[in-house]
Design a protein around this ligand. Structure first.
Ligand code: ADP
Length: 325
């Protein structure tokens, strides 16, 4: 049964994402504005189990809106997959008087939030992940910064690639979701995009494309590979061996997680953090904040976790029209 909350906890969990600090700030200031007490939990569910918890005031979140990472730190917590982990965490919430909790993270973190809701702690999820792979929402905090970071890095690789008339393979983040790869493919003008969600072109087709592009006078060839497809270094070696064109693979890796959050990330994070507190104040639990069709809204976590997200067919079609021309 959900109940009214007086003391709100906030934590970040799973993969970090730029803009998480803006969300923390918004949770803290909104809750304080309503006269509630606020506790920060360090290191995700690990900190909740271990009682790594401290009271926050308005100054605790001064000067963080523009910084990447998360001032509360984040972690993956194996114990939360067991029965005992969430129970210990719920008990620790009661020790600190936390009766409402905001969890900023991805789908995995929301499963943990669902467990805490079942154990009587009113819990709300806020979508924070660079991968944009949470089905119930059109936006996740961190995506815009990550995709801009990747775009800028790829622009730089493209410059040097053109100078040396190379073929470049750039691997971007996204183990299960190709949103960063698809966006970068379109905004960086890639010749080819390889995504984990779909059947991609064969290596033979790719090599034919590279050779055709050379005949057309193209000075470089850019291939974006999503992390979930992987194998960039080996692919580069095979392309170079077959075509004789110098080919280099770059794996952008964790640099995509850091950096100053963009205006879009700060704005959505601020709105979603506040919305999460409003839900708690309305006595809600087991909800996830979402941004859908231009509006902030919320879904039942259990329902949200069952939803499936698919890459947009029209975006795929356009990327196909623009590549290899
Ligand atoms: P994200 O939240 O970014 O998707 P993870 O999938 O790593 O990241 O999940 C973050 C944490 O959430 C995990 O380390 C674990 O503590 C908790 N979690 C994930 N899945 C479950 C689950 N099925 N039950 C309980 N807790 C979970």
């Amino acid at each position: 049964m959900s109940k009214k909350v007086e003391t709100i906890g906030v934590l970040t969990s799973g993969g970090d994402a730029p803009g998480m600090n803006a969300a923390i700030r918004s949770v803290v200031r909104t809750a304080l504005g309503h006269g509630k007490r606020v506790f920060g939990v360090r290191k995700g569910y690990n900190g909740l189990i271990q009682g790594d918890i401290f009271e926050m005031d308005a100054r605790s979140v001064s000067n963080i809106i523009h910084s990447g990472g998360t001032v509360l730190y984040t972690a993956r917590c194996k114990e939360f997959y067991t029965d005992a982990g969430p129970r210990k965490a719920a008990d620790m919430c009661r020790v600190f008087g936390i009766d409402g909790l905001v969890v900023i993270g991805g789908d995995g973190s929301f499963k943990g939030a669902e467990r805490l809701s079942e154990l009587g702690i009113n819990t709300i999820g806020v979508p924070g992940t660079i991968d944009l792979d949470i089905a119930c929402t059109d936006y996740t905090i961190g995506f815009d910064t990550a995709v801009n970071t990747a775009m800028e890095a790829i622009d730089k690789i493209r410059d040097t690639s053109t100078s040396h008339e190379r073929c470049s393979i750039v691997e971007v983040m996204g183990r299960h979701a190709g949103y960063i790869a698809l966006w970068c493919g379109i905004i960086n003008g890639a010749e080819q995009i390889l995504l984990p969600e779909m059947e991609n072109v064969t290596e033979e087709e790719m090599i034919r494309g590279i050779l055709n592009n050379r005949e057309k006078g193209k000075k470089h060839n850019l291939i974006i590979v999503a992390e979930g497809v992987g194998g960039s270094a080996e692919l580069a070696k095979r392309i170079e061996a077959i075509t004789g064109i110098e080919t280099r693979a770059s794996i952008l890796g964790h640099l995509q997680r850091g950096g100053i959050p963009t205006a879009t990330d700060r704005f959505h994070a601020s709105m979603m953090g506040s919305y999460a507190v409003d839900l708690l104040l309305a006595g809600k639990s087991n909800r996830v904040v979402a941004y859908k069709d231009g509006q902030y809204c919320d879904f039942d976590i259990t329902e949200a976790l069952k939803m499936k997200k698919h890459l947009d067919d029209y975006q795929i079609k356009v990327s196909g029209m623009l590549e290899n021309k």
